[in-house]
Design a protein. Sequence first.
Length: 96
Amino acid sequence: MVRGGLRVGEVVDLKFEDLLNPPQGQQPGRLRVCGKGRKERIVLLTGEAYTNLETWLAERCARDDSHLFLNEHGKPLSANGIEWLLHATDGKLGST
C-alpha cells in the first residue's frame, strides 16, 4: 500500500490478473488498480516492492481464489482486516 500509494479498498480488490509485469532493469513493475469511481489506473512498483510482493505470494496459502491478499482463513482480506493489521502493528508494516 505504502510504496504504491494504494488505498485500502484498492488493495482489497487486487487480483492476480492485475499484476501486469515485473520490473525489468530500470523499468518499474506495473500493477493495474481500480480506484475510486471504478477508475482504472496503473501503479508503478519498484524492484524492492515487487520482491516483497513475490515473497508474500510464495508464503500465501494455496487457494483457488484470485485475490492477491488472503486472511488467515484463506478468504479475501477485507478493508477492516487491513485496518486491523495496520493498527495492530502500530504502523510498522510501512517499512516492509
